[in-house]
Write a protein that binds this ligand. Structure first.
Ligand code: NAP
Length: 235
């Protein structure tokens, strides 16, 4: 039963996080989501209220542990509990390794990898109380390396290893953990503007439905690592 449970999704202002927020709200879950800019967060709260009133938008940068701890406090104040944490926020900068700057490397690693740890660090005591669920969004780039992908590949391979090791630590507390590794999703990632050309891709709602299915699984089973791809890639 997932009705009346509470989810926190990092990076819910657009793309994958937005799609997950929409589907969870439609299915009776209260949703808190984050983004870095107040104006964007407020706009998305208004949009998401068409699906359910039980939505909370919070300005938080996953690179900042204090932000994440404050966010979890706000969620508990508003909803009283936290059941599902979806560490989704991420970005990609794609350049040959000799042209990738230290700042670009740090931005990816701190957001995509350290951020995933900070979000768990801030929420794990609440997840213990609810015997909740921790889901991370890695990528097929967390298993397959490619040209211009050094920083992104490193961060996403890292998320796969991190989540699987965390899964072993956390299941002692009846907390489940899953790493989802999507292929191409029709989002704003890497400057993309979603349009009809993206019809072949995974859609943000597909990500939401996958998360919903995972959360609804019988407590005795745990899909710890999921590769999720478009049926017919258009490449
Ligand atoms: N799109 C794909 O093809 C694809 C494939 C595999 C995996 N993924 C992964 O899916 C996740 C979501 O990406 P997306 O495709 O939905 O991209 P997107 O459309 O660009 O959305 C990224 C989201 O992350 C948030 N975000 C970025 N940095 C943040 C930070 N430091 N703190 C808090 N929020 C932050 C953004 O919010 P603000 O800009 O409002 O702060 C936005 O809501 C990423 O981890 C990405 O690596 C994407």
């Amino acid at each position: 039963m997932i009705e009346n449970k509470v989810a926190y999704i990092t990076g819910g202002t657009k793309g994958v996080g937005y799609g997950i927020a929409k589907i969870l709200l439609e299915n009776g879950v209260s949703v808190a989501f984050s983004g870095r800019k107040k104006g964007d967060v407020e706009k998305v709260v208004t949009e998401l209220k068409q699906y359910s009133q039980n939505v909370l938008g919070i300005v938080s940068d996953v690179k900042n542990l204090e932000n994440e701890s404050e966010t979890v406090k706000n969620i508990i104040e508003k909803f009283g509990r936290l059941d599902f944490v979806i560490a989704n926020a991420g970005l990609g900068i794609f350049k040959p390794v000799d042209q990738l700057s230290a700042d670009e490397w740090n931005e990816m690693i701190e957001t995509n990898l350290t951020g995933v740890f900070y979000t768990l660090k801030a929420s794990v005591e609440e997840l213990k109380k609810t015997e909740g669920y921790y889901i991370t969004i890695s990528s097929l780039a967390g298993a397959n390396f490619f040209e211009n992908g050094t920083g992104y590949n490193a961060s996403k391979f890292g998320v796969v290893g991190f989540t699987q090791a965390a899964m072993i630590d956390l299941r002692k507390y009846n907390i489940k953990s899953t790493v989802i590794m999507p292929g191409s999703v029709a989002t704003n990632f890497n400057g993309n503007i979603p349009s009809e050309k993206d019809a072949w891709k995974i859609q943000p709602e597909d990500m939401g439905n996958l998360v919903l299915d995972v959360l609804k699984m019988n407590p005795r089973v745990l899909p710890s690592k999921i590769e999720f791809r478009a049926t017919k890639p258009n490449s």
